[in-house]
Design a protein around this ligand. Structure first.
Ligand code: ZN
Length: 499
């Protein structure tokens, strides 16, 4: 087992080095460095692929588990070790499923498609992008065939983001969400709107930075093992549980955007810091899924960060940075930061509308991969769904089908993770409320460690030991459902909008 773990650790070290370069690329690298950096990253990725599919790993793995049948060979393994070798086998099978020439073709086409997407979005011209997307879809369908699936091709792609998730399962979960969410949105839209003019003033960005860092530390981000920098799009990269990088964006006209980015990315980073160090390098030292990762960021950003209790603690601190807010009270502030407005753009969306954006994308991309949608019909399909879910129609493709980068890097199957994060997060939080005495009272006093430690124990330390749906069941005793999330939204927004 030690030999197997050592090989895995070597692969991880390469990945960690590549992550530093990615982080640098998004933060400090001079613009001219882009081309060579791409070459270096491609080379590291090739080395990693060679190690991850090499005979040495396969030989060591075969001492514990039969590569072809999946039957355990080593009968002395603990439960953890069993899961470990099963995951290594699963990952290896995926790595070798794609022929080398396919990987190369995909990698080249991804670069070309991303370039085409940037241009098309700028020029609001889907037709120039269509041939690139068409070829990408063909490649992704081919990829699904290489991986194999039981029911639908889209399932094979989903599994890369949410292990074990299927088209059918996501459709059932989103189905439970749709009706209640659309109804809530209608009620909010017909209610008296909230005046949030206070937020439209200018807020010094140095103070935004200082306040954000204060909050990140308060909720439990260990700054001995983390740092924050500025980037165009906020992100988190974990190099190791002892070295996690987050970024934020600062704009003096958008106080909330920078602040909530910092809280969101801190939630991701607290997860990365909480992963089991002794399993670093093995699959058990990794996050359970993209959706579980997103559950941690959204829980801190929305459920905690946009709560009245949180601002009972944080508003006086914010006023120290911005005396101009001295007359704002917690009740009004709470309503202002939770304003609900329909937006065409996913990344600008509030927590009520957000899941609708994702459901729309799931409908469209699962139809594309599982069915036979003509590429030229995709914008119309998008706009039709926009009308159905939001009651509005994008004025052009830039604020419609061209707004997200995901399809251009081949990320079909990625979108559902964002909404799954909301569902996982709400169900996890419901349990935390049951198990942590006076949780909300503690939050209102700025005592976040009971929740952070609880999440460490219930979610983070398990790494990838459980598939996401199993993890939720272990934590809450119940299968995953949309109900806790909808209950949370309905209770919160009925109060805020006095419905
Ligand atoms: Zn996130």
């Amino acid at each position: 087992m030690k030999q197997l773990k050592n090989i895995l650790l070597d692969i991880k070290k390469l990945e960690s080095a590549a992550s530093v370069l990615h982080w640098d690329q998004e933060t400090y690298m001079p613009e001219g460095g882009g081309d060579f950096r791409a070459e270096v990253l491609a080379y590291l990725s090739l080395m990693g692929h060679q190690m991850a599919t090499g005979q040495k790993l396969k030989d060591e793995l075969s001492r514990h588990i039969d590569y072809n049948s999946g039957d355990l060979v080593n009968i002395t393994l603990s439960n953890e070790e069993k899961r470990l070798v099963e995951l290594v086998r699963k990952d290896l099978k995926k790595q070798v499923a794609l022929p080398d020439d396919f990987v190369e073709k995909m990698s080249k086409h991804t670069s070309a498609t991303q370039q085409a997407w940037i241009k098309a979005r700028k020029e609001k011209d889907f037709s120039a992008y269509a041939p690139f997307l068409e070829k990408m879809i063909k490649l992704k369908k081919q990829e699904a065939e290489y991986y194999g699936y039981e029911d639908k091709p889209y399932d094979a792609l989903l599994d890369g983001f949410e292990p074990g998730m299927t088209t059918k399962r996501v459709a059932a979960l989103f189905g439970g969400l749709k009706e209640r969410l659309v109804k809530l949105v209608e009620e909010i839209n017909s209610a008296k709107q909230i005046d949030d003019a206070v937020l439209q003033q200018s807020f010094n960005t140095n103070e935004q930075w200082k306040f954000g860092m204060k909050i990140a530390e308060a909720i439990g981000l260990n700054m001995k093992s983390a740092r924050q920098d500025v980037s165009a799009h906020p992100f988190t990269i974990g190099l190791h549980p002892e070295d996690v990088r987050i970024t934020t964006r600062l704009n003096d006209k958008m106080l909330l955007s920078g602040l909530f980015s910092t809280i969101h990315e801190s939630g991701h980073a607290i997860y990365e810091q909480g992963l089991p160090k002794e399993q670093y390098g093995t699959p058990l030292g990794e996050a359970a899924s993209f959706g579980i990762h997103e559950s941690q960021s959204r829980l801190w950003e929305n459920v905690i960060g946009r709560s009245k209790e949180f601002w009972t603690y944080a508003l006086p601190l914010l006023k120290e940075h911005y005396p101009q807010l001295k007359d704002v009270n917690v009740a009004d502030w709470y309503r202002m930061i939770n304003v609900v407005r329909p937006s065409m753009i996913r990344v600008e969306s509030d927590e009520v509308y957000y899941s609708l954006h994702i459901m729309l994308r799931f409908d469209v991309e699962s139809a594309i991969i599982n069915g036979d949608v003509n590429v030229n019909d995709i914008p119309a399909l998008w706009n039709e769904k926009m009308k159905e879910y939001f009651g509005i129609t994008p004025k052009d493709d830039a604020e419609g089908v061209l707004q997200d980068v995901h399809w251009s890097f081949g990320g079909f199957g990625y979108f559902p993770s964002y909404a799954m994060g909301n569902l996982y997060g709400a169900q996890i939080m419901e349990q935390a409320e049951k198990e942590i005495p006076e949780l909300w009272k503690k939050v209102s006093k700025g005592e976040f460690l009971p929740l952070k430690n609880w999440l460490n124990e219930k979610v983070h330390t398990h790494g990838r030991f459980y598939d996401p749906e199993d993890l939720i069941k272990v934590i809450s005793g119940e299968p995953l459902s949309a109900d806790p999330f909808m209950k949370y939204l309905e209770k919160k927004y009925k109060e805020i909008y006095k419905l």
